[in-house]
Ligand binder design. Structure first.
Ligand SMILES: NC(=O)c1ccc[n+]([C@@H]2O[C@H](COP(=O)([O-])OP(=O)(O)OC[C@H]3O[C@@H](n4cnc5c(N)ncnc54)[C@H](OP(=O)(O)O)[C@@H]3O)[C@@H](O)[C@H]2O)c1
Length: 238
């Protein structure tokens, strides 16, 4: 259990973020949830209230917009009182060859996945530095560890998230703030489905709940140690 803890989760309306929100709420964490869709967040808030009796705070924001990202973090920090845990999960994917992909779409991927992570982290960090404690978990991907054809925008964004994460790890380690990069392979979510990723057959695909378990495992470590990079793959690839 993680009672008395507070967490902000970006991209909490669907997929991995939704599964992480459910898992943390079950552990007694008070949540601040960010996504662009108010309907998704309202639905989740009602579900968490009904199931766990918790009142999650919600903020609709596009994390790729600095003003919106900063306002959302400020609002949620005000409502929660503290930020113990930040899960930078909001992300998007479009695949296409570098030659064919529209430059504006290429830039949008970078803006959401990298700049969104940067804006939200920059806004949340002072709350952690002040108390000399905190956990920041950035949802990167195996696409942040190796490239593949049609992945230039997505892989560039996730490699960059890995670089941001590694550098921040060294900057705030001495302040007792743990920074972790999560690197799951393909997960059964709308993002993977829309992007046409091979997610495998029902019994073999990785589920959002599996990534949520990885988050819990990282948070369950004694405060004196940090899970620096945490990857999971399916045991039975096709
Ligand atoms: N699925 C995979 O195979 C896989 C594998 C490895 C890593 N990942 C990473 O895991 C993270 C979550 O992906 P997912 O598969 O769970 O995707 P998903 O099912 O599409 O959910 C993405 C969530 O992020 C939110 N979001 C997207 N763009 C946003 C923005 N600009 N500002 C605020 N919120 C935004 C979405 O809500 P709104 O649209 O309402 O904003 C939604 O709640 C991403 O960073 C992704 O790159 C995914």
């Amino acid at each position: 259990m993680l009672p008395q803890k507070t967490a902000i989760i970006t991209g909490a309306g669907k997929g991995i973020g939704l599964a992480v929100a459910r898992a943390l709420a079950k552990e007694g964490v008070r949540l601040g949830l960010i996504a662009r869709s108010a309907a998704d967040l309202e639905r989740l808030r009602s579900e968490l209230k009904e199931q766990f009796g918790t009142d999650a705070a919600i903020a609709t924001a596009d994390v790729s917009n600095r003003t919106e990202a900063e306002a959302a973090v400020a609002q949620l920090a005000g409502q929660l009182g503290t930020i113990d845990i930040l899960i930078n999960n909001a992300g998007t994917a479009t695949f296409g060859t570098l030659a064919d992909m529209d430059p504006e779409e290429w830039q949008r991927i970078i803006q959401v996945n990298l700049m969104g992570t940067y804006y939200v982290t920059r806004a949340a960090l002072p709350h952690m530095l002040e108390r000399k404690q905190g956990d920041i978990l950035n949802v990167a991907s195996t696409a942040g560890e190796r490239g593949f054809a049609t992945g230039s925008a997505y892989c560039a964004s996730k490699f960059a998230v890995m670089g941001l994460t590694e550098s921040l790890f060294h900057e705030v380690r001495k302040s007792n703030i743990r920074v972790t990069a999560l690197t799951p392979s393909t997960v059964n979510t709308e993002l993977a489905f829309k992007a046409g990723l091979p997610i495998g057959t029902e019994d073999r695909m990785m589920q959002p709940e599996d990534v949520a378990q990885l988050v819990l495992a990282a948070l369950a470590l004694p405060p004196r140690v940090v899970m620096k990079t945490a990857g999971i793959l399916t045991t039975n690839p096709q």
